[in-house]
Design a protein. Structure first.
Length: 100
């Protein structure tokens, strides 16, 4: 039996998101829901990657893109931390998951 397929993630449409960054923190407004959220540095970087990806990504792919963009990223920004951010994005309506 094969293990379950990992989830792949995509942001809600980029036109529905307004994102601003100040001092490593981000404020994002989801125009579809009318809600605004304060994101920490990792969450802001993950959302930026999803918005610019043009395709669904797995947590490992997001981690690789984070590493490529900032090689000095802490080890705590690995797939486990990214999966927690993605689960929170789903709850907030900022990202959607799909199985491969």
């Amino acid at each position: 039996m094969q293990p379950p397929s990992p989830l792949r993630w995509r942001s809600v449409p980029a036109h529905a998101i307004a994102l601003r960054e100040w001092d490593g923190e981000c404020v994002v407004r989801n125009e579809a829901t009318g809600n605004s959220h304060l994101l920490g540095p990792l969450a802001g970087r993950v959302l930026g990657i999803l918005l610019g990806a043009g395709e669904s990504l797995g947590a490992d792919e997001i981690a690789a893109r984070l590493e490529a963009a900032a090689p000095d990223t802490e080890a705590s920004d690995g797939p486990g931390a990214i999966e927690a951010v993605l689960a929170e994005f789903r709850r907030l309506g900022l990202a959607e998951s799909e199985s491969t």
